[in-house]
Ligand binder design. Structure first.
Ligand code: SF4
Length: 329
Protein backbone atom coordinates (compact mmCIF):
# COMPACT_ATOMS: atom_id res chain seq x y z
CA UNK A 1 0.00 0.00 0.00
CA UNK A 2 1.48 3.35 -0.98
CA UNK A 3 2.23 5.89 1.72
CA UNK A 4 0.82 9.39 1.72
CA UNK A 5 3.33 12.05 0.73
CA UNK A 6 0.90 14.84 1.52
CA UNK A 7 -2.09 14.88 3.79
CA UNK A 8 -4.39 17.85 4.37
CA UNK A 9 -6.90 17.38 7.20
CA UNK A 10 -9.78 19.81 7.75
CA UNK A 11 -7.62 22.61 6.39
CA UNK A 12 -8.95 26.13 6.86
CA UNK A 13 -7.34 29.22 5.36
CA UNK A 14 -8.34 32.83 6.02
CA UNK A 15 -7.29 36.23 4.71
CA UNK A 16 -7.37 39.52 6.60
CA UNK A 17 -9.43 42.03 4.67
CA UNK A 18 -10.71 45.56 5.33
CA UNK A 19 -13.98 43.96 6.42
CA UNK A 20 -12.47 41.41 8.75
CA UNK A 21 -11.28 37.86 8.33
CA UNK A 22 -12.49 36.00 5.26
CA UNK A 23 -12.37 32.19 5.22
CA UNK A 24 -11.41 31.11 1.69
CA UNK A 25 -10.71 27.42 2.28
CA UNK A 26 -12.91 25.58 4.74
CA UNK A 27 -12.63 22.01 6.02
CA UNK A 28 -10.57 20.71 3.09
CA UNK A 29 -9.22 17.18 3.45
CA UNK A 30 -7.38 15.09 0.89
CA UNK A 31 -4.15 13.16 0.51
CA UNK A 32 -1.60 12.46 -2.21
CA UNK A 33 -0.14 8.97 -2.08
CA UNK A 34 3.43 8.28 -3.14
CA UNK A 35 3.77 8.29 -6.93
CA UNK A 36 0.14 9.32 -7.49
CA UNK A 37 -1.37 12.23 -9.34
CA UNK A 38 -4.21 13.97 -7.55
CA UNK A 39 -6.22 16.68 -9.31
CA UNK A 40 -7.82 19.56 -7.42
CA UNK A 41 -10.56 20.70 -9.76
CA UNK A 42 -13.17 23.45 -9.84
CA UNK A 43 -13.97 26.81 -11.38
CA UNK A 44 -11.86 29.92 -10.71
CA UNK A 45 -12.45 31.17 -7.19
CA UNK A 46 -13.17 27.73 -5.70
CA UNK A 47 -10.10 27.81 -3.46
CA UNK A 48 -7.87 25.38 -5.36
CA UNK A 49 -4.87 27.67 -5.70
CA UNK A 50 -5.20 29.03 -2.15
CA UNK A 51 -5.19 25.44 -0.91
CA UNK A 52 -1.98 24.66 -2.81
CA UNK A 53 -0.29 27.92 -1.76
CA UNK A 54 -1.18 27.27 1.88
CA UNK A 55 0.65 23.93 1.73
CA UNK A 56 3.84 25.85 0.88
CA UNK A 57 3.14 28.77 3.26
CA UNK A 58 2.94 31.12 0.28
CA UNK A 59 -0.17 33.00 1.35
CA UNK A 60 1.51 36.40 1.73
CA UNK A 61 1.22 38.57 4.80
CA UNK A 62 -2.59 38.71 4.79
CA UNK A 63 -3.28 34.97 4.57
CA UNK A 64 -2.86 32.24 7.17
CA UNK A 65 -3.85 28.70 8.00
CA UNK A 66 -6.49 29.05 10.71
CA UNK A 67 -7.45 25.42 11.19
CA UNK A 68 -6.61 21.84 10.37
CA UNK A 69 -3.24 20.33 9.52
CA UNK A 70 -0.91 19.73 6.60
CA UNK A 71 1.42 16.77 6.87
CA UNK A 72 4.29 16.16 4.45
CA UNK A 73 5.85 12.70 4.57
CA UNK A 74 4.20 12.21 7.95
CA UNK A 75 5.59 15.45 9.42
CA UNK A 76 3.22 18.22 10.51
CA UNK A 77 4.30 21.30 8.51
CA UNK A 78 1.20 23.39 9.22
CA UNK A 79 3.01 26.00 11.27
CA UNK A 80 6.62 25.15 10.48
CA UNK A 81 8.96 28.15 10.90
CA UNK A 82 9.87 29.94 7.68
CA UNK A 83 13.52 28.87 7.95
CA UNK A 84 12.48 25.21 7.85
CA UNK A 85 9.92 25.77 5.10
CA UNK A 86 12.75 27.22 2.99
CA UNK A 87 14.37 23.78 3.01
CA UNK A 88 11.16 22.09 1.92
CA UNK A 89 10.13 24.57 -0.79
CA UNK A 90 11.90 23.87 -4.05
CA UNK A 91 13.82 20.91 -2.69
CA UNK A 92 11.12 18.56 -1.39
CA UNK A 93 7.99 20.20 -2.74
CA UNK A 94 8.24 22.30 -5.87
CA UNK A 95 5.60 24.27 -7.70
CA UNK A 96 4.94 25.05 -11.35
CA UNK A 97 2.86 28.22 -11.73
CA UNK A 98 0.42 29.10 -14.47
CA UNK A 99 2.50 31.97 -15.80
CA UNK A 100 6.23 31.19 -15.79
CA UNK A 101 7.15 34.87 -16.17
CA UNK A 102 5.88 35.49 -12.64
CA UNK A 103 8.37 32.96 -11.26
CA UNK A 104 11.37 33.64 -13.49
CA UNK A 105 13.50 36.69 -12.81
CA UNK A 106 13.56 38.74 -16.05
CA UNK A 107 17.04 40.19 -15.45
CA UNK A 108 18.87 36.92 -14.77
CA UNK A 109 19.88 34.29 -17.29
CA UNK A 110 18.16 30.92 -17.26
CA UNK A 111 21.53 29.38 -16.38
CA UNK A 112 21.91 31.54 -13.27
CA UNK A 113 18.36 30.82 -12.10
CA UNK A 114 18.56 27.09 -12.65
CA UNK A 115 21.98 26.67 -11.14
CA UNK A 116 21.01 28.79 -8.16
CA UNK A 117 18.42 26.21 -7.08
CA UNK A 118 21.11 23.53 -7.08
CA UNK A 119 23.57 25.85 -5.32
CA UNK A 120 21.02 26.47 -2.56
CA UNK A 121 19.88 22.91 -2.08
CA UNK A 122 22.83 20.65 -2.98
CA UNK A 123 26.52 20.55 -2.16
CA UNK A 124 27.49 20.01 -5.81
CA UNK A 125 30.32 21.84 -7.53
CA UNK A 126 29.59 24.52 -10.14
CA UNK A 127 30.61 22.13 -12.91
CA UNK A 128 28.28 19.41 -11.63
CA UNK A 129 25.43 21.89 -11.41
CA UNK A 130 26.04 23.03 -14.97
CA UNK A 131 25.96 19.46 -16.25
CA UNK A 132 22.81 18.80 -14.28
CA UNK A 133 20.90 21.79 -15.67
CA UNK A 134 21.89 20.74 -19.18
CA UNK A 135 20.54 17.26 -18.43
CA UNK A 136 17.30 18.67 -17.02
CA UNK A 137 16.68 20.89 -20.04
CA UNK A 138 17.28 17.92 -22.34
CA UNK A 139 14.88 15.87 -20.22
CA UNK A 140 12.09 18.41 -20.75
CA UNK A 141 12.60 18.35 -24.51
CA UNK A 142 14.76 21.45 -25.06
CA UNK A 143 17.00 20.52 -28.00
CA UNK A 144 19.77 23.09 -27.53
CA UNK A 145 20.14 23.52 -23.76
CA UNK A 146 23.31 25.62 -23.91
CA UNK A 147 21.64 28.28 -26.05
CA UNK A 148 18.62 28.44 -23.71
CA UNK A 149 20.86 28.62 -20.65
CA UNK A 150 22.61 31.72 -21.99
CA UNK A 151 19.31 33.47 -22.67
CA UNK A 152 16.86 35.51 -20.60
CA UNK A 153 13.24 34.54 -19.94
CA UNK A 154 11.78 37.11 -22.38
CA UNK A 155 13.79 35.53 -25.22
CA UNK A 156 11.84 32.28 -24.90
CA UNK A 157 8.33 31.40 -26.05
CA UNK A 158 5.66 30.68 -23.42
CA UNK A 159 5.95 26.95 -24.02
CA UNK A 160 9.75 27.03 -23.69
CA UNK A 161 9.51 29.07 -20.48
CA UNK A 162 7.11 26.51 -19.04
CA UNK A 163 9.54 23.71 -20.01
CA UNK A 164 12.27 25.60 -18.14
CA UNK A 165 9.96 25.91 -15.11
CA UNK A 166 9.27 22.18 -15.23
CA UNK A 167 13.00 21.47 -15.44
CA UNK A 168 13.53 23.76 -12.43
CA UNK A 169 10.78 22.00 -10.50
CA UNK A 170 12.62 18.70 -11.01
CA UNK A 171 16.05 20.06 -10.11
CA UNK A 172 16.17 18.79 -6.53
CA UNK A 173 14.25 15.57 -7.18
CA UNK A 174 11.26 16.66 -5.07
CA UNK A 175 8.85 14.18 -3.51
CA UNK A 176 5.89 16.29 -4.62
CA UNK A 177 5.30 18.70 -7.48
CA UNK A 178 2.36 21.08 -7.35
CA UNK A 179 1.33 22.17 -10.84
CA UNK A 180 -1.06 25.13 -10.62
CA UNK A 181 -2.95 25.40 -13.93
CA UNK A 182 0.37 24.81 -15.74
CA UNK A 183 -1.03 25.19 -19.25
CA UNK A 184 -3.71 27.86 -18.89
CA UNK A 185 -1.47 30.70 -20.08
CA UNK A 186 -0.24 28.76 -23.14
CA UNK A 187 -1.49 28.47 -26.72
CA UNK A 188 -3.85 25.53 -27.19
CA UNK A 189 -1.37 23.74 -29.46
CA UNK A 190 1.34 23.90 -26.80
CA UNK A 191 -0.96 22.91 -23.92
CA UNK A 192 -1.17 19.27 -24.99
CA UNK A 193 2.63 19.04 -25.34
CA UNK A 194 3.22 20.43 -21.86
CA UNK A 195 0.61 18.13 -20.29
CA UNK A 196 2.13 15.13 -22.08
CA UNK A 197 5.55 16.19 -20.79
CA UNK A 198 4.34 16.54 -17.18
CA UNK A 199 2.60 13.16 -17.41
CA UNK A 200 5.63 11.42 -18.86
CA UNK A 201 8.02 12.95 -16.28
CA UNK A 202 5.62 12.02 -13.48
CA UNK A 203 5.67 8.42 -14.73
CA UNK A 204 9.45 8.35 -15.26
CA UNK A 205 10.45 9.91 -11.94
CA UNK A 206 7.67 8.56 -9.71
CA UNK A 207 7.27 12.03 -8.19
CA UNK A 208 3.82 12.62 -6.72
CA UNK A 209 1.81 15.33 -8.41
CA UNK A 210 -0.87 17.67 -7.15
CA UNK A 211 -2.44 19.14 -10.26
CA UNK A 212 -4.65 22.22 -9.96
CA UNK A 213 -6.99 22.59 -12.92
CA UNK A 214 -10.44 23.77 -13.97
CA UNK A 215 -10.44 21.39 -16.95
CA UNK A 216 -12.13 17.99 -16.56
CA UNK A 217 -10.56 16.88 -19.84
CA UNK A 218 -7.12 17.35 -18.25
CA UNK A 219 -8.30 15.49 -15.15
CA UNK A 220 -9.40 12.52 -17.26
CA UNK A 221 -6.00 12.41 -19.00
CA UNK A 222 -3.78 12.88 -15.99
CA UNK A 223 -5.27 12.10 -12.59
CA UNK A 224 -5.44 9.01 -10.40
CA UNK A 225 -7.69 10.70 -7.87
CA UNK A 226 -9.87 13.77 -8.04
CA UNK A 227 -10.86 16.34 -5.43
CA UNK A 228 -13.68 18.60 -6.64
CA UNK A 229 -13.81 21.96 -4.86
CA UNK A 230 -16.61 24.48 -4.78
CA UNK A 231 -16.67 27.79 -2.90
CA UNK A 232 -13.74 26.84 -0.68
CA UNK A 233 -14.93 23.33 0.21
CA UNK A 234 -14.42 19.80 -1.08
CA UNK A 235 -17.77 18.71 -2.55
CA UNK A 236 -16.70 15.37 -4.00
CA UNK A 237 -13.60 13.19 -3.84
CA UNK A 238 -12.97 9.83 -5.50
CA UNK A 239 -10.73 7.71 -7.67
CA UNK A 240 -10.77 9.10 -11.24
CA UNK A 241 -12.66 6.13 -12.74
CA UNK A 242 -15.22 6.18 -9.96
CA UNK A 243 -15.67 9.92 -10.36
CA UNK A 244 -16.17 9.81 -14.12
CA UNK A 245 -18.45 6.76 -14.04
CA UNK A 246 -20.39 7.37 -10.82
CA UNK A 247 -20.10 11.03 -9.86
CA UNK A 248 -22.87 12.12 -7.53
CA UNK A 249 -22.51 15.76 -6.61
CA UNK A 250 -24.62 18.07 -8.81
CA UNK A 251 -21.61 20.39 -9.26
CA UNK A 252 -19.45 17.52 -10.54
CA UNK A 253 -22.32 16.58 -12.84
CA UNK A 254 -22.30 20.15 -14.17
CA UNK A 255 -18.52 20.06 -14.74
CA UNK A 256 -18.90 16.77 -16.63
CA UNK A 257 -21.62 18.15 -18.87
CA UNK A 258 -19.45 21.05 -19.85
CA UNK A 259 -16.66 18.83 -21.29
CA UNK A 260 -16.56 18.87 -25.11
CA UNK A 261 -16.79 15.30 -26.52
CA UNK A 262 -14.68 14.67 -29.61
CA UNK A 263 -16.83 11.70 -30.62
CA UNK A 264 -20.09 13.30 -29.47
CA UNK A 265 -22.87 14.86 -31.51
CA UNK A 266 -21.57 18.35 -32.35
CA UNK A 267 -25.11 19.63 -32.79
CA UNK A 268 -25.77 19.04 -29.07
CA UNK A 269 -24.68 22.20 -27.23
CA UNK A 270 -22.50 21.96 -24.12
CA UNK A 271 -24.41 22.64 -20.93
CA UNK A 272 -22.84 25.38 -18.83
CA UNK A 273 -23.50 25.52 -15.08
CA UNK A 274 -25.87 28.46 -14.58
CA UNK A 275 -24.78 31.34 -12.37
CA UNK A 276 -21.39 32.00 -10.84
CA UNK A 277 -19.33 30.89 -7.86
CA UNK A 278 -20.74 33.01 -5.00
CA UNK A 279 -18.68 35.60 -3.21
CA UNK A 280 -17.27 34.14 -0.02
CA UNK A 281 -18.91 37.01 1.85
CA UNK A 282 -22.34 35.93 0.67
CA UNK A 283 -22.34 32.39 2.01
CA UNK A 284 -25.60 31.50 3.67
CA UNK A 285 -26.05 28.77 6.24
CA UNK A 286 -27.06 26.08 3.75
CA UNK A 287 -25.38 24.32 0.84
CA UNK A 288 -23.05 26.70 -0.99
CA UNK A 289 -24.07 25.28 -4.36
CA UNK A 290 -27.83 25.67 -3.73
CA UNK A 291 -28.35 28.86 -5.81
CA UNK A 292 -27.04 27.02 -8.90
CA UNK A 293 -28.30 23.52 -8.20
CA UNK A 294 -31.17 22.06 -10.21
CA UNK A 295 -31.91 19.55 -7.44
CA UNK A 296 -32.05 22.11 -4.61
CA UNK A 297 -34.74 21.37 -2.01
CA UNK A 298 -35.85 23.57 0.91
CA UNK A 299 -33.52 21.80 3.34
CA UNK A 300 -30.53 22.64 1.11
CA UNK A 301 -30.72 26.34 1.93
CA UNK A 302 -31.45 25.72 5.58
CA UNK A 303 -28.64 23.39 6.53
CA UNK A 304 -25.11 22.85 5.24
CA UNK A 305 -24.40 19.29 4.08
CA UNK A 306 -21.44 17.41 5.54
CA UNK A 307 -18.89 15.50 3.47
CA UNK A 308 -19.83 11.83 3.81
CA UNK A 309 -18.28 8.62 2.48
CA UNK A 310 -20.93 7.17 0.18
CA UNK A 311 -18.78 4.15 -0.59
CA UNK A 312 -15.18 3.30 0.26
CA UNK A 313 -12.98 6.14 -0.93
CA UNK A 314 -15.85 8.13 -2.47
CA UNK A 315 -16.92 11.24 -0.54
CA UNK A 316 -19.80 13.60 -1.36
CA UNK A 317 -21.09 16.79 0.28
CA UNK A 318 -24.78 16.82 -0.65
CA UNK A 319 -28.05 16.24 1.22
CA UNK A 320 -29.16 13.90 -1.57
CA UNK A 321 -26.73 11.38 -0.14
CA UNK A 322 -27.59 11.77 3.53
CA UNK A 323 -25.40 12.31 6.54
CA UNK A 324 -24.75 8.60 7.05
CA UNK A 325 -23.56 8.05 3.49
CA UNK A 326 -26.78 6.39 2.34
CA UNK A 327 -27.26 7.34 -1.28
CA UNK A 328 -30.84 7.97 -2.14
CA UNK A 329 -30.44 9.62 -5.49
FE1 SF4 B 1 -27.89 20.58 -4.59
FE2 SF4 B 1 -29.01 20.35 -2.20
FE3 SF4 B 1 -27.05 18.72 -2.90
FE4 SF4 B 1 -26.55 21.27 -2.39
S1 SF4 B 1 -27.27 19.75 -0.93
S2 SF4 B 1 -25.77 20.08 -4.08
S3 SF4 B 1 -28.37 22.23 -3.21
S4 SF4 B 1 -29.08 18.83 -3.84
Amino acid sequence: MSQDVLQADHLQVAFDTENGELICVDDVSFSVASGKNVALVGESGCGKSVTSLSILHLLGKHGKITGGTVRFQGRDITHLPEREMDHIRGAEISIIFQEPMTSLNPVLTIQYQMEEILRLHTGNSGQENHKEVQRLLTLVGIPNPERVLKGYPHELSGGMRQRVMIAMSLACKPKLIIADEPTTALDVTIQAQILALIKSLHEQTGTSLLLITHDMGVVAEMADEVVVMYAGQVVERADVFELFDHHRHPYTEGLMQSIPQLDGDVSVPLTPIPGMVPSLREMGTGCRFAPRCKYAAPECSARAPALVEVKPGHYVRCHKYGEEGNADG
